[in-house]
Design a protein around this ligand. Structure first.
Ligand code: GLC
Length: 741
């Protein structure tokens, strides 16, 4: 009997492999059948991506787009959405051009399309992979319903630079968490089984490749320079995870890395991305980043820049018109082998076949579907859910929170009455005119007559004329809810700051309100870690809400009133002040660590502590959690073995709540210096008041691998520490070893 089962299994295996191979062969044959019909002009047309006038996300807009489509000189469009608009352009391509090749429609659907989710840095603070995947899924459904088939997301750039405005678009400082979130977002966009033929999935685009999140001085587009080991061990993992999750497009970054702009970096785009990581999709540049290689000083002119880009492995030129202007002549002059063009066009056509656009170019153009799916109730519910989960309770002295319904509340601050700011940067097609502000939601919950509002001051500038009204308003209330932070334009692209303090005179207003001796709850809206040292002294409670999206006002209200017990944990360190930056939890010990006896000669500041104000992984709850000591299944992890680390967590407070249990590891002695902690596992658990749960983490040797002294990737025998806790600072610890092989 066993023999027959084995034979049956091997037949099934051979059949499925041959089926997979035949599908791939068939796809390649279809691609070549189109490629072989194309003139060189039409081939180059598939390698250009032009912005429509649907939105502006870069420095220039090309005119004559419709003619370009009709002539086959433009095969891909960005910033055009809605069924009506995309159908109009698609019709020109598939009914009026010579070869009728369908268009790709791409857009920055970063954290939602119409239903807007919290900014990505906020969503990452939920540590809830299911909710994050769901957010990307909803974004994909609404984008696809609006005629789009490509999003320029997920942005997976690791960053420890709060001055850089684009930290708002990513998942914070940690490579391990960033990798989990990158994969979750790709699954959300492309579907769990990467079935791009499903008309409710869209092509994901991993960006910005690579290491865009480490600009010197936090200044956007600035130089990136790091050791190859740091690049491979810290910055590469989220890109890798996204590719492994099946992402079928990658966007090059504006920055240079090791002196070579990413858009001309053959090591990055061909040797690493394609050869080592096995990426099979298309590579698109960022907005005019080919042209910008002249500014970088690696190309004397745009023609040379274009040649460098295609030879490095760039398939598509976003908005630069460089490929359009120069590639054909470079082939004619023998400077460029047309085979490179054919390879690029194959990758573009392959994606269009995978999306099903050749079967039905209008598959994303269905008005009834658009009406039915945009702002669907379940989408708004998903946005509300993750918005609540993304909020981080930073302080709550004397249990000022949750607020009690019916209390007289003074809501102060421009951001309290704003809906636009709730959407943050990269709001895609999100509109804020039908949304409710935080103030409106608090009034709806607590009763108009119990809520008094005053703007107090703007989020920037030094106009203090609203202070007196704010103070008189606050005097009427039992508690004060002060909503302060950054205007949405103060983070995102091209929005770096040299200060990370609350802008304007908002903190001055807080100081004035403090003098009233009433409990003050500070609600923060911001797109980056801030220096909150002063606010932390003045506020009784502080709630980090980021920009919480379309349902943000309701989410803030439900958290403030305890309808939802906050569970978010910071994914980027909040420093005591900017002088500590860069500051991140996976630091090295140095030769003179702070704990040395010597009072002077050690790695420290004379004017500030080494520790941050709020560490990575930090977040409070309305309840409290107690951790038992760690129980290890063994003290030694064998080369092919596994350790189990168990800890029992108890909810010792009076509210049901969620806790993100985090596991970190430290390699005590390595062939190179090793971080004092590295996140290697986490689990978000729910505990009723008084309930206990045992959380079990598995430790395997692959989790301990890194790029060793000789740059080989692997583990080393030796002693390790293992930490488990509710953040990267307050942890239980134990030890284990890995034997010599
Ligand atoms: C922008 C951004 C990039 C975006 C692209 C298209 O400059 O850097 O993230 O996807 O242009 O809008």
């Amino acid at each position: 009997m066993k023999k027959y089962i084995l034979i049956l299994l091997s037949i099934i295996l051979i059949f499925s492999c041959t089926k997979k191979i035949s599908t791939k062969v068939q796809l390649n044959q279809k691609v070549d059948s189109v490629l072989n019909l194309m003139t060189i002009d039409e081939k180059i047309g598939q390698m250009v991506l032009y912005a429509s006038d649907g939105d502006v996300t870069g420095s220039k807009i090309k005119s004559g787009l419709v003619e370009d489509i009709r002539n086959g000189n433009c095969g891909n469009i960005l910033n055009a959405y809605s069924v009506a608009y995309t159908r109009k352009l698609q019709k020109i391509a598939v009914e009026e051009s010579r070869l009728k090749i369908p268009l790709l429609f791409g857009y920055d659907v970063i954290h939602g399309h119409k239903t807007i989710f919290p900014i990505s840095l906020g969503e990452s603070a939920s540590w809830d992979m299911e909710a994050i995947e769901k957010g990307a899924r909803v974004a994909a459904i609404e984008a696809a319903a609006s005629g789009l088939n490509w999003t320029f997301a997920p942005m997976v750039d690791v960053s420890v630079e709060p001055r850089w405005g684009r930290v708002s678009e990513g998942a914070g400082e940690d490579p391990f968490l960033g990798a989990k979130i990158a994969a979750a977002r790709v699954r959300g966009f492309q579907g769990k089984d990467n079935n791009l033929a499903d008309s409710l999935t869209i092509l994901a685009c991993v960006k910005h490749f690579a290491a865009y999140g480490a600009p010197q001085a936090g200044r956007d587009y600035n130089t990136v320079d790091m050791s190859h080991r740091v690049f491979l061990d810290t910055y590469l993992p989220p890109y890798k995870a996204a590719i492994e999750a099946g992402a079928m497009s990658v966007m090059t970054s504006f920055n240079e890395l090791d002196g070579i702009p990413s858009t001309a970096n053959k090591y990055l785009l061909t040797d690493l991305l394609r050869s080592e990581m096995g990426f099979k999709g298309l590579v698109v540049t960022d907005y005019t980043s080919i042209n910008e290689m002249v500014n970088h000083g690696v190309a004397a002119n745009e023609a040379q820049a274009g040649l460098m880009a295609i030879k490095a492995g760039v398939d598509m030129d976003m908005q630069g018109e460089v490929y359009f202007k120069y590639l054909k002549k470079q082939v004619e002059d023998g400077m460029l082998d047309e085979k490179l063009i054919d390879d690029a066009v194959r990758r573009v056509l392959r994606v269009k076949f995978l999306l099903g656009l050749f079967d039905d170019p209008y598959r994303y153009c269905n008005e009834a579907r658009e009406k039915r799916l945009i702002y669907a109730p379940e989408h708004l519910e998903a946005a509300l859910d993750v918005a609540k989960k993304s909020m981080v309770l930073l302080k709550n002295d004397n249990q000022v929170l949750p607020l009690k319904k019916g209390e007289k509340i003074a809501v102060i601050g421009e951001l309290a009455a704003s809906t636009r700011d709730l959407l943050g940067s990269w709001k895609a097609a999100g509109d804020w005119d039908f949304m409710k502000s935080t103030l409106e939601e608090i009034k709806a919950f607590n009763g108009d007559k119990n809520v008094f509002f005053a703007e107090g001051c703007k989020t920037s500038g030094d106009d203090r004329s609203g202070f007196s009204l704010a103070l008189s308003t606050a005097r009427k209330a039992d508690k004060i809810v002060l909503v302060i932070g950054e205007n949405w334009e103060w983070s995102g692209e091209a929005a770096s700051r040299t200060s990370i303090q609350i802008p304007g005179v908002q903190t001055e207003l807080l100081e004035k309100l403090k003098a009233l001796n009433k409990p003050i709850v500070v609600v923060l809206m911001n797109g980056r870690p801030l220096d909150l040292s002063r606010e932390n002294q003045l506020a009784d409670a502080m709630l980090e809400t980021w920009y919480a999206g379309t349902m943000g006002g309701k989410a803030i209200t439900q958290v403030l009133y305890g309808e939802y017990n906050p569970s978010g944990k910071l994914t980027m360190t909040f420093p005591v002040n900017l002088g500590q930056v860069p500051i991140y939890y996976y630091a090295k010990n140095t030769g003179r660590p702070i704990y040395l006896e010597n009072p002077k000669y050690k790695s420290r500041y004379i004017d500030a502590p080494n520790d941050p104000l709020f560490p990575f992984g930090y977040g409070l709850s309305y309840t409290t959690f107690e951790y038992s000591d760690i129980q290890l299944s063994a003290n030694e992890l064998k080369p092919d073995g596994e350790l189990k680390a168990n800890v029992t967590v108890k909810n010792t407070g009076k509210y049901d709540g969620e806790e993100v249990v985090q596991m970190y590891v430290r390699d005590l002695v390595g062939s190179v210096t090793r971080p004092v902690k590295e996140l290697k596992g986490f689990e978000k658990i729910t505990l009723k008041a008084g309930e206990s749960k045992t959380v079990s983490f598995s430790i395997t040797p692959d989790m301990l691998a890194f790029h060793r002294l000789d740059m080989s990737y692997g583990t080393e025998p030796g002693d390790y520490k293992l930490f488990i806790g509710g953040n990267s600072r307050d942890v239980k610890e134990t030890t284990f070893t890995t034997p010599n092989p």
